[in-house]
Write a protein that binds this ligand. Sequence first.
Ligand SMILES: [Zn+2]
Length: 679
Amino acid sequence: MKKIIFLLFVTILTACTSTETKKETSNAAVFIGETIIAAAVDSVKSLQPAADPALLEKGVKHAASLWRAEDGTPPEFADFVKTNYVSDPAKRKVVFNKISGYFESLNGNFNEITLDLKKVLDENIGDVDDIDQMFGNYSVGSHVSDDFYSNKIAFCIALNFPYFTLAEKEKLGPGWSREDWAMARLGDYFVSRVPANLDQAVTTAIGNAEMYIAEYNICMGHLRTDDGRQLFPENMVLLSHWNLRDELKADYADKEKGAEKQDMIYNVMLHIINQDIPKAVINSKDYEWAPYLNKVTKGGLVVEAPAEGDARYGHIVSIFNAMKAIDAYNPEMNTAILRKFSREMEIAQDEVEALFDSYLSSPQLAKVGALIKEKLGRDLKPYDIWFDGFKSRSSIPEDLLTSKTSKLYPNPEAFHAGMPAMLRTLGWTPERAKYLADKIVVDPARGSGHAWGASMKGAVSHLRTRIQETGMDYKGYNIAVHEFGHNVEQTISLYDVDNYMMSGVPNTAITEAMAFVFQSRDLMLLGMKEQNPDKHKLETLDAAWSLMEIMGVGMVDMKTWKWLYENPGATPAQLKESVINIAKEIWNKYFAPVIGVKDSPILAIYSHMVDSPLYLANYSYGHIVQFQLEEFLKGKDFPKEIDRIYSQGHLTPQQWMIGAVGSKISTQPLLNALDEALK
Ligand SMILES: [Zn+2]
């Protein structure tokens, strides 16, 4: 995990769109009309005849889209443009560098303050008092965006450094200088201006959905077979759907009752999707529930128990309505789909869908399915999308590893002291290893740990890790090495990127890839070697199979939101029907040929569909980028490539990947490895 705190501009890290799927709607939020825009452009042209006309028009239009009545009258807008437009390229560069420096100071120092205010919450350094919670939850930069509209800094930036949509970045980016790129990234700061109450409505709708999911527990000890038997331990409580899925995975190892348990979990999942689960059995130990008969009993007596209804789908509808309400304030990204994909992820939704379609249609997947069928000795069932048997078990006992890690790293200081040596083991020179390690500190974590990067040069990133009294156990070490990978990425992508505005990485998938690259070398860093000769083959099969599952649920999520935009007045009941149809359609198209069963709606079970709409595709990209990067690094000069790749900074994901490995984000390397593994 990596902590990413966008202090100043929470929703405006990146901002772009592909115009091809933009909805043609009238823009209710417009205050500055076409006539004023044209007049403002003309006034600059007459005063500064050398101004680049395309850039000028883009800037004025963009600034106009952000201007509201409270900022001044339309003539005052025109006046503002006339006074503040900078057309001279040399002067523009000077202004840009100044803004860049100011932003580094603001972002960097706010980040340091936030680290201080959260220190007691995040680090294991004594009791947490109420006052720590109060300071820890205070967001120090939350008003900067508003301030920058009222003091007009936002308009100055929007006017002189307009933002480029994703489509424009993809088209023009390859021809841009690094400075052009950095200026375009500055243009991403002020993209849309959504009234606070509408933003709040989205936060509330998502908060309600998160609460709904967080409390959606199934009391497994209260489930019964049709003949009244209890299959699960009395006190087992599983959160839908992640815990249910993990239990289902673990049940592959239970040769005796595993299959019966898995069938029951699958049945419970179907009731959740169909919403005919009795409301009384959710998060409650008051009743016994026989899911196959869908019968509720208490003390042996049958109880009348109404179905949950459509609450699950009601949350999605509420989030949709709240998100749709801000469409009008995003002239270039006027659907939630555009904002999630083209702006946040910076990969257009249709491109994501095309990649998923091509992977899910790969003939290799049916071969993996056949292999699993052989391993299980039975026909496949829909829940075998969670088949767990390709995990390569280590040939080294965990106790042995723990005895080694706990001796090496009795405390955070010891892990910190060991970092230069780890980097040297990975191939960095002693000087470079010291340079990187000097910019990372290690703190005792209260939770499981994380990596928190710096936001200005001169500051350090924090590796938070949990270490027991007896020293670091192997599991903790494995996670710490993952976080260490994040910290090294954070250091390179801040200190070694040529322009502050370009610092960072394109998206979460790309920093996770680096963390996993480190994590997978954890034994090597201990001076040990995995002896299992099938390790790579098993990892490939596992990666291919889990990618299929996560792409499937991502597809359902995307198609659901497209349907919502086509049916904006849909009721929760109508949405339910549609989601089930979509899930079955996707199942029948891609999964039925692999699994051999038709019409399963299981892909609709994912909880993130309810509380983190349109996020699921990110997981798939994480898997793909990681695999692609590992394949590329094989046989190469590891530190040299890592330094080169991660100092590219904040390009779009596709251009970053082309720079990194020479091709766009692609599942081909995984499919090639899969062909090898299937031989
Ligand atoms: Zn991570």
